[in-house]
Design a binder for this molecule. Structure first.
Ligand SMILES: [Ca+2]
Ligand SMILES: [Ca+2]
Length: 243
């Protein structure tokens, strides 16, 4: 195992690609490199943070169709070792638009393992770059995941630029251990939630149907003179016969 000396910032300006960030596949979308305006007016930046010009490059998540509300784009960092000193991720984010979803930073200690939420922003922050500082106090080797989520419309482009890890962050040359059975995601997409709700309803209906069938069977086994018992079970008292 090789530990890199903690003598400098690990930075990415996105001017020549995404550096050592990795596009994950446990999501619906990928992040895109872009310069100048995004394709949709009234959302996204007009320039990057590094150069403040429309020829500088930033990384962003496009929110226009066919992308849907709840779709996510995830980036994973290199692996870092727990540090005796405070390790921080710093970056600039741009969340401008009436239908901005959310931006979140997680850590994970296993590939396909659970994600731990460290930082999040939700909604419109205006046409500006804001700075995020996230403290990464961890007990095991870890990666950082940056996740953008599509909001409820086309005005939901989210951009980031100039990511850096402070010199106290100690990089490792090894990958994280892999868990083979993937746990449920932190935030299931809407389609998954609808499927899950449908399953719950069907299970509940099946349960009610089974119970009623059992009650009917019990009632049939009870002697006919036990009208009172039958009435109380069925909750539909037999109307008295007219004479
Ligand atoms: Ca992806
Ligand atoms: Ca840049």
């Amino acid at each position: 195992m090789v530990k890199f000396p903690a003598d400098d910032y690990v930075t990415c300006t996105f001017e020549h690609g995404i550096c050592e960030w990795e596009q994950l596949h446990t999501d619906e979308l990928d992040w895109d490199l872009e310069q100048g305006l995004t394709r949709t007016p009234w959302t996204g930046p007009a320039y990057d943070h590094t150069t403040s010009t429309n020829t500088g490059t930033y990384l962003y998540m496009e929110s226009s169709p066919p992308r849907q509300e709840g779709d996510r784009a995830r980036l994973a960092s290199p692996v870092f070792d727990p540090s005796p000193q405070e390790c921080q991720l710093r970056f600039y984010y741009h969340m401008y638009g009436a239908e901005i979803g959310s931006l979140a930073v997680y850590t994970r200690t296993q590939i396909n393992g659970p994600l731990t939420l460290k930082w999040t922003r939700i909604g419109n922050f205006g046409d500006f770059y804001e700075r995020g500082d996230i403290i990464l106090n961890m007990d095991d080797p870890f990666q950082v995941i940056i996740e953008a989520t599509v909001g409820n419309g086309i005005h939901g482009d989210i951009a980031i630029d100039d990511t850096s890890f402070t010199p106290q962050c100690v990089r490792l040359s090894e990958n994280l251990p892999v868990v083979t059975t993937q746990p449920p995601l932190m935030s299931a997409p809407l389609s998954d939630r609808v499927c899950l709700m449908t399953l719950y309803v069907m299970t509940a209906l099946a349960s009610i149907w089974t119970r009623d069938a059992m009650v009917r069977q019990i009632v049939q086994m009870v002697p006919t003179k036990s009208t009172v018992v039958r009435s109380s079970i069925l909750k539909h008292p037999t109307l008295p016969l007219k004479h």
